[in-house]
Design a protein around this ligand. Structure first.
Ligand SMILES: [Ca+2]
Ligand SMILES: [Ca+2]
Length: 395
């Protein structure tokens, strides 16, 4: 034991000490010599302290890095706001900023009036005029028109005339909505101002939503209101379709010409849609006859111009439902319905008008645009349960 211990008295140690002393003069050496611990213990302590310091340093660096990463993550999470709710809570302040920015965009104002007749249960909506509308066309103007509807019955939509090249149109049109008093509180009046375009899809300038539950309908209301950005829900429209109808009673021929569709909903994740149209006749709630157009690949604005002739005797024309549905062809999975609508004597609004125009003008083709409606809604109205669901295109 004593041989290995490095006491300063041992001769071998003395030579080592003098060697160190010549290399690093006295003060540190004196200090170390005064500490009553062997040299190896001092080295061990020094190493331990060094290790602790190193560990501390690593901890500090790691903490700093984590904080930076977390900040980066918050920034990355922002674009995918429709992601998980945890992300949404993380980025709350940024979303507020964004919404503020969008709402600041001026879209113009709309003057409207509201009058409810409690006796006839009718809501009279006046679309008076608009001012300072946002310019949507390259010439710095717009071609505005207004679509008005109640959320309680989306099938009934009214449209004003289109006013060309103006940002301050005077509409002065009024529309009557049948709505029971009991349904008023749940319903919202929506007025959307669109810019008409002859050769491209119509742009929405802005909209106004008036929850009728908040309105005092004892009085006639007339006021101006600022237009806001159209809500996402309404922007996600299913699309519109134009077709003409012609009925010749003497030959019992019903001719349906599917002209074109526009603003169709995008159904394919990596593309647009591959639309085609099915034309179907339903008699007494049962599928009777059907035909379909060709498929137009990768477009939301397909042009078909395809005619279909059905034989429908005059005595059946009152009992027949004409169902027009737009489908998206898919190679891998089964085809999806984008939207549909039906025309017959039991239809409402635009559809009923088109059908009765056709009957009132025998032998003359009558063309009209229609908004596609959700498949479930139309099927429900038609009374088609699952077993009557329109068959798949391949069947
Ligand atoms: Ca325009
Ligand atoms: Ca497709």
């Amino acid at each position: 034991m004593s041989n290995t211990s490095t006491t300063p008295s041992s001769p071998s140690n003395l030579t080592a000490t003098t060697a160190v002393t010549t290399a690093q003069p006295s003060i540190i050496e004196d200090f170390l010599n005064k500490i009553p611990l062997p040299r190896w213990a001092l080295i061990a302590i020094a190493v331990a302290v060094g290790l602790v310091l190193l560990l501390l340093l690593i901890c500090i660096i790691k903490c700093c890095c984590c904080r930076k990463k977390r900040k980066k993550k918050e920034k990355v999470a922002f674009p995918s706001t429709n992601g998980s709710p945890t992300q949404a809570t993380l980025i709350q302040p940024d979303i507020d900023d964004l919404e503020g920015g969008l709402q600041n965009e001026k879209r113009g104002q709309l003057q409207y009036s509201l009058e409810y007749d409690f006796r006839s249960q009718e809501m009279k909506v006046g679309v008076k005029q608009a001012a300072d509308l946002k310019a949507m066309d390259s010439g710095g103007t717009s071609d505005p028109y207004v679509i008005a509807y109640l959320t309680s019955d989306m099938r009934k939509k009214y449209e004003t005339k289109v006013y060309r090249k103006t940002l301050n149109p005077v509409f002065n049109e009024s529309f009557i909505f049948k709505i029971p008093q009991a349904e008023i509180a749940e319903s919202t009046l929506v007025m959307q101002v669109y810019d008409f375009n002859r050769f491209s899809k119509h742009d929405i300038i802005g909209e106004m939503r008036i929850p009728l539950g908040d309105v005092d309908l004892q009085h006639v209301i007339e006021q101006w209101k600022e237009l806001t950005e159209a809500s996402k829900m309404e922007q996600e429209r299913l699309g519109e379709i134009c077709f003409s109808l012609r009925y010749v009673p003497s030959t019992s021929k019903l001719t349906v010409v599917i002209v074109e569709a526009k603003k169709l909903k995008r159904m394919d994740a990596h593309g647009l849609s591959d639309p085609y149209v099915k034309v179907q006749l339903i008699l007494n709630k049962k599928r009777w006859k059907k035909k379909k157009t060709s498929v137009k690949k990768n477009t939301l604005h397909p042009y078909f111009n395809e005619a279909f002739v059905f034989e429908v005797p005059l005595n059946l024309i009152q009992n027949v439902d004409l169902v027009i549905s737009v489908w998206d062809r898919d190679k891998v999975s089964k085809d999806d319905q984008i939207g549909k609508l039906f025309l017959s004597c039991r239809a409402t609004g635009n559809q009923l008008r088109h059908w009765s125009d056709m009957l009132a003008n025998p032998r003359r083709p009558v063309a009209q645009w229609h908004s596609l409606q959700p498949v479930e809604d139309v099927d429900k109205t038609l009374g088609l349960k699952t077993r009557f669901k329109l068959s798949l295109p391949n069947s």
